[in-house]
Design a protein around this ligand. Structure first.
Ligand code: GLA
Length: 386
């Protein structure tokens, strides 16, 4: 995180709390190379943390209160840890969700005061909410002097997201924000929660292509997909889709409604693409990586039906560029961002071409930018006068 941003947030902290903050916590957003909508059926995912994050500058408090100012929402919220009314405002809901999940798991919490500020586009599929949850969780770990390992921190954030916020997500976003490694993707097995790090090959750049479209009902559409997966899992008589193969699915095709057949087909084929992609990554085979990414997009578009006209357009425009290995929608879908894999050194020309072609055809300006890999949530003390 650059010093200018730290200084800006620090000045805001001093203005609100009339003192210097003690520490800073930084939790990254993420891209997902491949393995979309597979985490909540115990599948494989391959996220990379990025150099966009949520930062909290804070000092511990001893009076059982938490007091936070959000720069992005220009809103201040203060509450006792032992008692609060549920709030609908998204960022406060996440703060309350983490307090609730930690307390419910029996952790003795102490308060803090802080300023939170992020630079991850919100609702774009880059996990701004998971980064917020992990940053808040880590701040409580430090202020309360408790010890929680990255997997358990991610599980606490997941509990907050599912049982407090009400969104039936998988664990990918929380775990990559909690324990990412620079220059590596995380191959995560969502059944065992084991993960290994796969080096990112040289010569490839990751470009975010934000369509700048957002869909209001993303949350309910996401929960609908979750329900459909539960239903087809039940029909196939397995514990999770991870246990089913394409031939198991085909054998049941006549008794499974077509829509559920397509949902399961996506998940089963996507899990296999993740493993093929990792193999290609280890062999520095950028062409195969690109081909798998394109197949992933087609499957999300046609079988999982979470794409949109804007996403399909920007993915097609990206693939028109010869320096693009492949592109696909990313995150929950329905709007937001796509990811393109582009030959290193060709990024700026690619961004210009896709930007102007998208603007011409869609009539709105997209937002394209390069992302670099980053480390998981981390902290450092702030020196008195830097
Ligand atoms: C959102 C969820 C993740 C995952 C993706 C789709 O980002 O938070 O758990 O399901 O959508 O792959």
């Amino acid at each position: 995180m650059d010093q200018a941003r730290i200084n800006t947030i620090r000045a805001i902290y001093k203005q609100h709390f009339k003192e210097e903050p003690a520490s800073i916590v930084v939790a990254p957003g993420r891209i997902n190379l491949i393995g979309e909508h597979t985490d909540y059926s115990e599948g494989f995912v391959l996220p990379v943390a990025i150099d966009r994050d949520v930062a909290i500058l804070f000092s511990p408090r001893q009076d059982g209160f938490v007091a936070v100012y959000s720069v992005d929402f220009d809103e201040f919220y203060q509450t006792q840890l032992s008692h609060f009314e549920k709030q609908k405002t998204s960022w406060i809901d996440y703060l309350q969700g983490i307090i609730w999940a930690l307390s419910d798991d029996g952790y003795p919490l102490k308060g803090w005061q802080g300023v939170v500020s992020g630079n991850i586009p919100i609702g774009a599929g880059l996990s701004s909410s998971a980064a917020l949850e992990i940053a808040i969780g880590k701040t409580f770990i430090l202020s309360s002097n408790i010890s929680i390992d990255p997997t358990n921190l991610a599980l606490i954030a997941l509990k907050a997201e599912r049982d407090w916020i009400g969104l039936n997500v998988g664990i990918m976003d929380q775990l990559i924000s909690a324990d990412a490694k620079t220059n590596h993707a995380m191959l995560l097995d969502c059944k065992t929660l084991n993960y290994e790090f796969v080096p990112i090959p040289e010569n490839v750049s990751f470009i975010i292509m934000d369509t700048t479209t957002r869909r209001e009902l993303t949350h309910s559409a996401y929960n609908t997909r979750h329900k459909e997966i539960q239903e087809v899992t039940r029909l196939l008589n397995v514990n999770s889709l991870r246990e089913a193969s394409q031939s198991d699915l085909d054998a049941m095709q006549t008794v499974i409604p077509e829509i559920l057949y397509k949902r399961a087909k996506h998940v089963i084929s996507e899990n296999s693409r993740v493993l093929q992609f990792v193999h290609a990554m280890r062999n520095h085979d950028l062409l195969s990586m690109g081909k798998l990414i394109n197949e992933s997009h087609a499957s999300l578009r046609d079988d999982y039906e979470v794409s949109s006209d804007a996403l399909n357009l920007i993915v097609d425009l990206a693939n028109n560029q010869s320096c693009c290995f492949g592109a696909r929608l990313m995150g929950a879908g329905f709007g937001g961002c796509a990811l393109a894999l582009v030959s290193q050194g060709e990024e700026l020309g690619f961004i210009q071409e896709v930007h102007s072609a998208y603007q011409d055809e869609a009539g709105i300006a997209p937002c394209l930018f390069i992302v670099k890999s980053a480390t998981g949530v981390h902290t450092h003390n702030l020196k008195k006068n830097n």
